[in-house]
Design a protein around this ligand. Structure first.
Ligand SMILES: [Zn+2]
Length: 187
């Protein structure tokens, strides 16, 4: 599936999720068994770890449909980039979505600053540039800037991904998930 069809698929699934009309396709034992020998997810989603942001539900997708990496602040760090590289190079996914969300706690922590210990400090260092770039320091503004920064980092920090975008029809998009309404705004 090409990138544009992947976007259409995700938008259709999100519409069903918003309307409480989810199909829950690809969620049964037949699908599970059919995917034992391999996977070919049509999209890659770099999402936050927030428990309210569940990509398979948000886009009404099932087993083997989307390759999801979840890390606080949907950050493009070496491990998340390596995971995306695998899906791009070996699974044939043509769409990469960086999915930010409303009221992201990781972005909130980055705005607040301070010493949060070595691990969280390291994580927040990936988000800090978005805080500096935001005039308002409003959390959702930082979320959107951060998503753009992480998308850019995928290109800057990965030859596999940048080559796939340049030569192999891979597209990177950013999006914003609204917690209460359930809508994903594609940027
Ligand atoms: Zn978050």
């Amino acid at each position: 599936m090409n990138a544009q069809d992947s976007i259409i698929n995700l938008k259709a699934g999100n519409a069903k999720y918003i309307a409480d009309q989810m199909l829950h396709n690809h969620s049964d034992s037949n699908r599970r068994v059919s995917q034992t020998g391999g996977q070919s997810p049509f999209a890659i989603v770099l999402s936050c770890a927030d428990s309210r942001v569940v990509p398979e539900l948000i886009f009404d997708q099932g087993i083997g449909d989307i390759f999801v990496i979840r890390v606080a602040g949907n950050t493009a760090n070496p491990s998340s980039i390596a995971s995306i590289e695998y899906a791009v190079a070996h699974l044939g996914s043509k769409l990469i979505m960086v999915l930010g969300h409303e009221s992201c706690g990781a972005c909130g922590a980055a705005i607040a600053g301070g010493d949060n210990g070595p691990n969280l400090n390291h994580l927040l260092s990936f988000i800090a540039p978005a805080v500096n770039q935001s005039n308002s320091k409003n959390i959702n503004d930082v979320v959107n800037i951060n998503a753009e920064n992480q998308a850019a980092a995928l290109i800057t920090n990965s030859k596999i991904i940048s080559d796939a975008v340049a030569n192999n029809g891979v597209e990177i998009v950013t999006a914003f998930y609204n917690l209460s309404g359930g809508k994903v705004d594609f940027h």
